[in-house]
Design a protein around this ligand. Structure first.
Ligand SMILES: CCCCCCCC/C=C\CCCCCCCCCCCC(=O)SCCNC(=O)CCNC(=O)[C@H](O)C(C)(C)COP(=O)(O)OP(=O)(O)OC[C@H]1O[C@@H](n2cnc3c(N)ncnc32)[C@H](O)[C@@H]1OP(=O)(O)O
Ligand SMILES: Cc1cc2nc3c(=O)[nH]c(=O)nc-3n(C[C@H](O)[C@H](O)[C@H](O)COP(=O)(O)OP(=O)(O)OC[C@H]3O[C@@H](n4cnc5c(N)ncnc54)[C@H](O)[C@@H]3O)c2cc1C
Length: 663
């Protein structure tokens, strides 16, 4: 019989775990789909993944191709819906060219192609008769999209564009799936017609032959090489691509935003130019949703292991203390647990925001686009930075064993950490948010109403003067008090920065000089969004015994931990007093005691299978030590007692020492 070493922990839970699973999944339907597909993947030996780190790059990559093909076969055999197929790819848990095909190539055509272009290309992509990538970044430019050098010159004689890489630095560099697999790409290039330049646009370009998979004439393409970590993101073929005067038909420019006529005239449609960047908005919102997946996974491992692991404190030969009972462990772990839940809520909200802007765009209402850009950019930055740091903290929370590959944490970190860079460097994105905030502040006096996530700035006079009303530690549990402190902090920091900016004759010069402060303003604003969305969620009816109460505790932990970590902001702007800061800390400690008995159940609510977690430390049954011991013997180094190379290299040294000793 299997023993549940964490049964005691589970019996302490003060809430209905099954109902919390529904909250985590987003709906009963989403839970059922996720649960079914996770089990399907876990029970299929073809999706085994515990040997990945031991494979060389070529074997690893071939293995990924095999899995992706098998996943596609199962998707078709089982006639999975789009939702189910996307869950299947998620639980297979291996970065692959298919991520970019489904996640960027298809959305780029949907978002930037005309109806006609969608009708032509989407059926091919949906049946995977072509495989696409998203090729924007170049060797010389990634963040600065306007600085891209690849050219698309219209040739009116032949009604074609000539795609060309004029310099080494114009080589496309990084696109996932491009290196070895993609047959097509949405390629971003500067549009040139009649000797005039018209900015960067997307073009559908075939890269490889659909017959023999060789690059088409004029195309040089390959993989850019090994990336960070063993296994990890090396399952992906990030690529390099150069064009030597490659010709494509005119109708392969994505023409929803601008059209090029037969004569080479550029006609702007009534949608804003920024829609060329629309795919990035879509992916950034997906990345926000995904942050809670990665963080919750690390937190699940660290929480279960912290309940299993015991160090010090034994009295008269009794059990030692579970490390999860140390306040220092709780102070590092529980804010991460709270962040995982907070990011889940904000990811859900982001889905709503994205659906809303998509509907508006269809109706030619572009009014919310700048705010949606700022929200997706800022929250992508905030959640990925916190998640990457959080995964590394979870590794440390697991002590030495966290450093073992079999803890699941090193690979998770290596796969996750580029999220701080791809889809927009996190600092560059925060600067976008700061620009938006400075614009909002500058318009406050002009009668233009601050709306959406900046609506709080409409109360600028009140927020510049308000005094925090906390008298005792419990006051910090009141949502209105927390909201006011966060709103006042963000407003005061924004206004201070705007005032400093106004001292510069040249705004751009001021922006560069003050950029470090501006990034902090953007962080304050984004943290306020997360806190406010979590608080809003708690105003809904949430069924299940004790579920809402747990979420309230986690919301308070999230907010008060941020307040503690950014105390300098709150104190220097006079939003709270040192005494109120100390009361917040007292309340945080007390919340940890309330989270403690529920911690294991709160991570069980993520409903992760052992296959998905792939962590001995995070096993559901907590049977850590025998399994760690067993796993060590599976290492190829233990295949033989004396390792290869010993007789060749080590023994001569030992013998030399022996000879020297005898002399
Ligand atoms: C992908 C999903 C796969 C899913 C399937 C698998 C299952 C697994 C489940 C989940 C996994 C999810 C994780 C996904 C894994 C992803 C794999 C990796 C993918 C990585 C792909 C890439 O990296 S693609 C390349 C991305 N590149 C960037 O992001 C570049 C960053 N730079 C920029 O965005 C911009 O150029 C800039 C904003 C920094 C430019 O600044 P600049 O000042 O020069 O701008 P402009 O003058 O051009 O424009 C200014 C004007 O426009 C506004 N604006 C800017 N950007 C946008 C926008 N995106 N939308 C709307 N508006 C925008 C800006 O605010 C200015 O407005 P003003 O009013 O004039 O001020
Ligand atoms: C794993 C991975 C997958 C990727 N997949 C794709 C893909 O599929 N398709 C694709 O097109 N691209 C892809 N990329 C590229 C990615 O989008 C870029 O690397 C990213 O946008 C960052 O741009 P960069 O490399 O030019 O960084 P840089 O802009 O060169 O950043 C270098 C440093 O400069 C700083 N910096 C830059 N500009 C400013 C500024 N204005 N103010 C202050 N600081 C600044 C940054 O903060 C950073 O510290 C991928 C990248 C990775 C790592």
């Amino acid at each position: 019989m299997e023993v549940d070493h964490l049964a005691d922990e589970r019996s302490k839970a003060q809430f209905d775990v099954e109902e919390m699973k529904i909250v985590w999944a987003g709906s009963r339907h989403a839970f059922q789909v996720s649960d079914r597909i996770a089990r399907l993947v876990a029970s299929d030996p073809a999706f085994q993944k515990d040997h990945r780190a031991r494979l060389g790059r070529k074997e690893l990559f071939k293995n990924t191709l095999r899995k992706a093909a098998y996943a596609w076969k199962r998707i078709n055999e089982l006639r999975l819906t789009e939702e189910e197929a996307s869950r299947l790819r998620f639980f297979v848990d291996e970065p692959a060219f298919t991520d970019l095909h489904w996640g960027m190539f298809v959305p780029a055509i949907k978002g930037q192609g005309t109806e006609e272009q969608q009708q032509k290309w989407l059926p091919l992509a949906h049946k995977m008769q072509i495989i696409g990538c998203y090729a924007q970044t170049e060797l010389g430019h990634g963040s600065n999209v306007q600085g891209l050098e690849t050219t698309a010159t219209f040739d009116p004689q032949t009604d074609e564009f000539i795609i060309h890489s004029p310099t080494l630095t114009s080589s496309k560099w990084w696109p996932g799936g491009l290196g070895k697999v993609a047959t097509h790409g949405v390629i971003y290039a500067r549009l040139l017609t009649n000797g005039q330049e018209h900015g960067v646009h997307g073009f559908i370009v075939q890269i490889r032959s659909l017959d023999d998979h060789l690059p088409l004439p004029g195309i040089t393409v390959g993989d850019i090489g090994i990336k960070f970590g063993s296994g990890a993101y090396n399952t992906m073929d990030n690529g390099v691509l150069r064009f030597d005067q490659v010709r494509i038909p005119r109708n392969q420019m994505l023409m929803r935003v601008s059209q090029v006529t037969r004569e080479g005239k550029v006609v702007q449609s009534d949608v804003p130019r920024q829609l060329v960047y629309g795919t990035m908005v879509f992916v950034r919102k997906t990345i926000v949703g995904d942050a809670s997946n990665a963080l919750s996974r690390a937190v699940c491992i660290a929480t279960r292991y912290s309940a299993v692991r015991r160090q010090f404190g034994s009295q008269k030969g009794g059990l030692e203390t579970q490390v999860i009972d140390y306040k220092t462990q709780q102070n590092r772990l529980f804010p991460l647990l709270a962040s995982a839940y907070a990011f889940r809520v904000v990811g859900e909200w982001m889905e709503w925001l994205y659906t809303d802007v998509t509907q508006r765009l269809k109706a030619n209402d572009f009014s919310t686009l700048p705010e949606v850009h700022a929200c997706t950019a800022g929250l992508k930055s905030l959640t990925t930075s916190a998640t990457a740091d959080g995964i590394e903290e979870c590794r440390k929370l697991c002590g030495g064993h966290g450093y073992l590959h079999s803890s699941g944490l090193p690979e998770l970190f290596a796969v996750y950490v580029p999220a701080c860079t791809y889809e927009g460097d996190n600092i560059v994105l925060l600067l976008q948010v700061a620009r938006f905030l400075m614009k909002t502040v500058s318009q406050l006096g002009s009668g233009k109403k601050a709306v959406g996530t900046t609506a709080y700035m409409g109360r600028v006079e009140q927020l510049m003067q308000c005094r925090c009303d906390v008298q005792n530690a419990e006051d910090w549990l009141k949502p209105s008090i927390v909201m006011e402190a966060f709103e006042a902090r963000a407003t005061r920091m924004s206004v201070a920065c705007a005032r400093n900016l106004s001292k510069f004759g040249n705004q751009e010069e001021g922006f560069l000089e003050l950029s470090a402060d501006l990034v902090e303003v953007a962080v304050a604003h984004c943290q306020l969004i997360v806190v406010s969305k979590f608080i809003e969620k708690l105003q809904q009816d949430i069924p299940g015994k004790g579920v809402k109460n747990q979420l309230e505790n986690l919301c308070s932990v999230y907010a008060l931990n941020i307040l503690h970590k950014h105390l300098g902001d709150f104190l220097s702007t006079g939003c709270i007093t040192p005494m109120q800061a100390s009361l917040a800390n007292d309340q945080l400690r007390s919340l940890y005691s309330q989270v403690r008995p529920n911690a294991v159940a709160l991570v069980d609510a993520f409903n992760y299978t052992d296959h998905f977690l792939s962590s001995i430390l995070g096993r559901y049954d907590g049977n850590v030590y025998p399994k760690l011991y067993e796993d060590a013997w599976k290492d190829p180094l233990n295949d033989s007692i004396v390792p290869d190379g010993f007789h060749e290299y080590v023994q001569p040294i030992l013998k030399q020492q022996l000879r020297n000793a005898k002399l």
